[in-house]
Design a protein around this ligand. Structure first.
Ligand SMILES: Cc1cc2nc3c(=O)[nH]c(=O)nc-3n(C[C@H](O)[C@H](O)[C@H](O)COP(=O)(O)OP(=O)(O)OC[C@H]3O[C@@H](n4cnc5c(N)ncnc54)[C@H](O)[C@@H]3O)c2cc1C
Length: 308
C-alpha cells in the first residue's frame, strides 16, 4: 500500500533548494508502486511528475499542484561484467559499487549528482564520458500503452545531453543493464579520485544550484572562432560553452535577488541564500535576451522546470 503524503515541501528534494509544496507526494520502490501511483493520479485527474535526485530541476515557488512520484528503486545486482541497476540508485553509489567490483568505464562520471535514471534521460556526462558509454539496455514503462519495454543502447537515441526518454516523457525509466570492462580496483579508485579533483578545480562544490543552467549551444563558425581565439580551447562539434557566451554578455556574477550567475562560471546559477524560482526565471530571461541580442544565439535550458 502506497504512503501518499500531502502538502510536502519540494525544496528539500532539490539541489537548488527552491520550490513550494507538492499537493501529493509519494516514494516508489518498484514498478508496481509506480503503476499504483499513476492510477491514483489518473483517478484524481491530476498531473504527475517523476522526481529523482532533484539535481536538474527548478520547481515553481507555488510548488506542484499534482502528484510528485519520487523514484526510489534502488536495487543493484551483478551479472558478470554487467550490472542491473534500479533507476533510483544514486549515480555515485553505482560508481562506488562498480569500483568495489573491479568494473571500469564510469570513472569520469564521478561526482555528477542525481540518480541513474535521471542520468540516462539526460545522457549525463563529463570529461569525455557519457551515460551512453555504459548503458547496454534500458527497461521503461510506456505510460500511453501501459507496457514495459526493453530498449537497447541504439534505441535510446543518446546524443549530447539528450535521449529518447527526454524526447518522450511518457516513458519512465525503471531500471537498466550497464556494461563495464574489468579493471584493477586501485586504478579505478585513482581515476575516480582524479575526476573529483578536476571537478573541484573547475567549480566550487557544496553550493545550491542545479548544475549547468543552459545546454551548450551550437553556433556558427564566426562565434566558434571568437571562442577559440578568446580561450585557446577548441569548440566541440560546433558547440561553445553557454558559460562563455554569458561571460561575454557581462553576466558573470550578475545577481538578481539571491540568485547569482556563477562564482567561477556564469552558467551555474547559484542560490546564494533564500533565492526563489521567480528570481531564477528573471535571471535566465535576461541571459537569453542578451545571448540573442549580442550573439544571435538562442539558449535552451538544461534544467527542467516543473509546476509553472
Ligand atoms: C553541482 C552539480 C553538478 C552537475 N554536474 C553535471 C555534469 O558534470 N554533467 C551532467 O551531465 N550533469 C550535471 N549536473 C546535472 C544533473 O546532475 C544531471 O542532469 C542528473 O543526471 C540529473 O539526475 P536526477 O536524478 O537528479 O534528475 P532530476 O533532477 O530528479 O530530474 C531531471 C529530469 O529527469 C526526469 N527523470 C528523472 N528520473 C527519471 C526516470 N527514472 N524516468 C524518466 N524520467 C526521469 C525528471 O522527470 C526530470 O524531468 C550537475 C548538477 C549539479 C547540481
Amino acid at each position: 500500500m502506497l504512503n501518499i503524503k500531502e502538502n510536502i515541501s519540494l525544496k528539500e528534494f532539490t539541489t537548488f533548494d527552491i520550490g513550494g509544496p507538492a499537493r501529493y507526494f509519494v516514494e516508489v520502490e518498484s514498478l508496481e508502486d509506480i503503476e499504483e501511483a499513476i492510477a491514483f493520479a489518473r483517478e484524481k485527474n491530476i498531473e504527475f511528475f517523476v522526481l529523482a535526485g532533484g539535481s536538474n530541476i527548478l520547481f515553481s515557488d507555488d510548488g506542484f499542484d499534482g502528484l510528485i512520484i519520487k523514484m526510489s528503486i534502488k536495487s543493484m545486482t551483478l551479472q558478470g561484467g554487467e550490472m542491473m541497476c534500479g533507476a533510483g540508485v544514486d549515480l555515485m553509489d553505482l560508481l562506488m559499487f562498480a569500483s568495489e567490483n573491479s568494473l571500469s568505464g564510469g570513472e569520469n562520471l564521478t561526482g555528477i549528482p542525481g540518480s541513474v535514471g535521471g542520468a540516462i534521460r539526460g545522457n549525463a556526462g563529463a570529461f569525455g564520458t557519457e551515460m551512453k558509454d555504459i548503458v547496454k539496455e534500458v527497461y521503461a514503462l510506456n505510460l500511453d500503452s501501459g507496457d514495459t519495454v526493453v530498449m537497447d543502447n541504439e534505441k535510446c537515441e543518446f546524443a549530447y545531453r539528450n535521449s529518447f526518454f527526454k524526447k518522450n516523457p511518457h516513458y519512465i525509466i525503471i531500471s537498466c543493464m550497464l556494461t563495464f570492462t574489468k579493471g584493477e580496483i586501485k586504478d579505478i579508485e585513482l581515476a575516480m579520485y582524479n575526476t573529483i579533483a578536476k571537478r573541484n578545480s573547475k567549480q566550487i562544490q557544496g553550493i545550491k544550484s542545479a548544475g549547468s543552467f543552459f545546454v551548450n549551444p551550437t553556433v556558427d563558425e564566426k562565434i566558434q572562432k571568437m571562442f577559440e581565439n578568446d580561450t585557446g580551447k577548441k569548440s566541440r562539434q560546433g558547440r561553445v560553452p553557454a558559460g562563455w557566451i554569458l561571460e561575454e554578455c557581462n553576466l558573470l556574477k550578475k545577481r538578481i535577488g539571491d540568485i547569482q550567475a556563477g562564482i567561477q562560471h556564469a552558467n551555474y546559477f547559484i542560490n546564494m541564500d533564500e533565492g526563489t524560482a521567480e528570481q531564477v526565471i528573471e535571471l535566465s530571461t535576461l541571459a537569453k535576451t542578451r545571448a540573442r541580442d549580442e550573439f544571435d544565439v538562442q539558449l535552451k535550458e538544461e534544467v527542467v522546470m516543473a509546476g509553472f
